[in-house]
Structures are given as C-alpha cells and as structure tokens.
Design a protein around this ligand. Structure first.
Ligand SMILES: Cc1ncc(COP(=O)(O)O)c(C=O)c1O
Ligand SMILES: [Zn+2]
Length: 406
C-alpha cells in the first residue's frame, strides 16, 4: 500500500502516439499493436493540485523528487542509487570564445554508472519490479547494458545483456561484475536485437530493448524537469542533445509539454537540437528532407558509440520534437568531436564523453551561423563521463628517467 502522499504517482495508463490506442499500465506492455512505442500518460490536472514548483523545492536531490510524474506507484518498488539532480555547469570560457550569451552543460557524467542511462534504468527497473518481472533482457552498445545490469542486481532481477563483441570493454566488465548474463555477438547492436527477438519465445524474459518498454523515457524525461527547475522554472532558448535512439530527446520534449500543461512554464518551448555523428546521421538526413521518419543509415561508424544507431524505433517522435519546437538537426565529424573533448577538458575542466562533445562541436557551428543568437541561453546535454572511454584518446608521452629531473 502506498501510504506516503509524497509518493503518489498520477499515472493513468499508456497511449500509442501513432494510433492513440490505450493500454493498461498494470500489466506488462511493450509496443502497440501497430508497432509504435507507447508513452506514459498522467492525470496532470490531479498532479497539479498535489504538487507545484514550490512544494518540490526542498525534496531530495535525485530524480524521484518528481515522483508524482513518474510511473512507479509503490515507493517500496523504487530501486535507486541516488541518480539525478546533476549539475548545470557554466561554460564561461567556451561561451565567451564562441560568443554565446550563456552556455551551460548538464553534466550526466557524475551520475551512477557514469552515464545518463542510469536514469532510464532506475525507473525502468523499478517499474519492472512493480510488474513482478524476474528477468530482463536487452541489446546494448554498452552504456545502457551497464546501467540496467547494476540496477537489476540491486533489484534482485536477473539480466541478460546482448552486446557486440567490440563494444567497450569497460561496459562489458561492469555488466559481468554486476552478475548479469552477457551474450557476446559478432555483429552490430541491430544483430543483437534480432537474436533477442528470436530468443524471447523460449524464455520468460521482459524485453527491455530501447522503447520496447515504455518506462525508460520517463527516467530520461527528468533531465528536462531538472534543467527547467535549475534555471528557476524558466526554459532555456536551446537544448541540444546527442541523439542515438533519441530517447532522451523524446523524454525532454515530453517533460516540457507536461510542464506546460501543468502551468509551470509558459507556452514557448526551447528549440530542441538533435546532434549526430557524420558517420551515423539518419535523423539529420531525415530532418534535411523534412521527413517524418528516418531511413536506415548503412555502414554506420563513429567513435561516439552511444549514438551509433542507424535506425531508431522512435525516429518519428524525435523528428516531431524538432519540428514542433523550431529546432534543428546537425552532424559533426569524429575529428571535431575529439577536438571538442580536449577543448572542454582543457578550457573548462570538464572531461566529457564523445557524445556530449559532439553537441559542443555542433553548437559552435550553429552559433557561427547565427542560428543561435548572442543573448541566448543554451544547454548542452553531456550524457556521460570521459573516463568511461579509456580507449578513445591516446597520447604518446615520453618517459622521464627515474634518476632525472623535470
Ligand atoms: C553516452 C551516450 N550518449 C547518448 C546516447 C544516445 O541516447 P538516446 O537513445 O537517448 O538517443 C547513448 C546511448 O547509448 C549514450 O550511451
Ligand atoms: Zn498504435
């Protein structure tokens, strides 16, 4: 029983954004019959009577401060490692150099597991526990698998993680250390997904593939709530995000619309920007053609492995968020990403992941082209820590002789 009024979730159900069919959130659900991902709906009117920006103010510094707008109904099911409420760092040096009014970095590198994937995993695993799931399974390029493995371990849920054999060793080790079953595949994440789909009928596994379970969006949407709350319940002009599956962007857009309906922000939303690597840019290509969906991006390749997603299930939702907010989509080369990693580490002390650095590289271009004006507030979503990418940078350094001086 839920006795704590603070923990009342105002979830009402699941809805298909394509055909509008409704589904019961009390049962395990995956995709809509029409093949679309499902989105969580809330009684926002009821939630608005129960909470407001003032009443949230003194709550604990993690994503569960928005519990009424999250899907977990019984507090006892929450599986948490303290995720969320990451800092919004000022990038004054970089901002000045490129003529930004206010440049901010939402730094997800300091979250448990070192990437924002912890948000989706915390909420996804908590809801899985509420639905009495005993085993989850998912394909991953590494970061999501690592996050789901540790949260599953904490929940006492078995995890089966399928990953490409060349996915980063550091995430593979995290997954094994957390006691999950790793299935290495000589192929891409898309091959892992196909193997999982073929294997599911033989097992009682909960399919936690990206957007095939509806709750990780809810975890990721809290980045949107936090950005706005940390800016004193004011929206920035631009939020730019490294889009792979695009779940974070879909989540942030959903959060903005919820806040607007709650009356916590005004009508105007930030312009959302999807940043991709030139070696894997299906959303950017689709945006250029004003298309509603993307096409499969063949032979994709980038050092920013988290955004190496050739065709996302929720591409139409990502594109909708860009069109609806007057946003943009832009691709950057791997060389520009590496340059940006070093620039932010040296100029700001922020050693961020290549995906986050891609966003900075893209924003420099958008500012130079005046798509971003000199008085605007711009938020870079850094999705992970640079230290989770030990092989991305390599420096040839000379040795100092042990009997020498420096
Ligand atoms: C560090 C990092 N950034 C960004 C992404 C892309 O996430 P999304 O699916 O929300 O687009 C990923 C996904 O693996 C990631 O690991
Ligand atoms: Zn549908």
């Amino acid at each position: 029983m839920n006795t704590n009024p603070y923990m009342k979730s105002f979830i009402t159900g699941l809805v298909c954004p394509k055909c509008k069919k409704h589904y019961d959130h009390g049962q395990i659900q995956h995709l809509c019959d029409c093949g679309s991902p499902l989105l969580v709906e809330y009684d926002l009117h009821g939630a608005g009577k129960h909470i407001n920006p003032e009443s949230i103010k003194n709550r604990s510094a993690n994503l569960w401060r928005y519990a009424e707008l999250l899907p977990v109904q019984d507090e006892a099911n929450i599986v948490s490692l303290g995720e969320g409420w990451t800092p919004l760092q000022k990038l004054d040096n970089a901002g000045k150099r490129y003529g930004f009014g206010r440049l901010l970095l939402k730094d997800e590198g300091i979250i448990p597991t070192g990437t924002f994937k912890a948000r989706g995993a915390a909420v996804g695993i908590s809801k899985a526990r509420e639905l009495n799931v005993e085993a989850v399974a998912m394909p991953t390029n590494g970061n999501a698998g690592a996050a789901w493995a540790v949260y599953a371990a904490r929940a006492g849920i078995q995890a089966h993680i399928l990953m490409p054999c060349d996915a980063p060793l550091i995430t593979r080790n995290e997954i094994v250390a957390a006691g999950a079953h790793v299935h290495l595949v000589k192929g891409l994440i898309s091959d892992c997904g196909k193997i999982l789909a073929r294997s599911l009928p033989a097992h009682n596994w909960y399919d936690a593939s990206t957007l095939k379970e509806p709750y990780r969006i809810e975890g990721k949407k809290t980045m949107g709530y936090e950005i706005v709350e940390q800016l004193g319940w004011k929206v920035p002009d631009v939020i730019a995000y490294p889009a792979g599956g695009g779940v974070g962007l879909i989540g942030i857009y959903k959060a903005l619309k919820e806040m607007r309906e709650l009356g916590w922000i005004g009508e105007k939303l930030p312009r959302l920007v999807a940043v991709q690597a030139a070696g894997c840019a299906p959303i950017v290509h689709a945006f250029g053609k004003k298309a509603k969906e993307s096409e499969f991006f063949s032979d994709s390749k980038t050092i920013a492995f988290g955004i190496n997603v050739p065709k996302a299930l929720g591409d139409f939702l990502v594109l909708e968020s860009l069109y609806a907010t007057g946003g943009n989509a832009i691709a950057v080369e791997d060389a520009e990403i590496l340059e940006s990693v070093l620039e932010l580490a040296r100029g700001e002390g922020c050693f961020i992941c290549p995906e986050g650095a891609a966003v900075f590289a893209a924003l420099k271009k958008l500012r130079a082209g005046e798509w971003i004006k000199s008085d605007e507030t711009v938020v870079i979503l850094n999705t992970g820590a640079g230290i989770k990418y030990p092989d991305t940078l390599s420096f040839d350094l000379p040795y100092c002789p042990v009997d020498g001086t420096v």
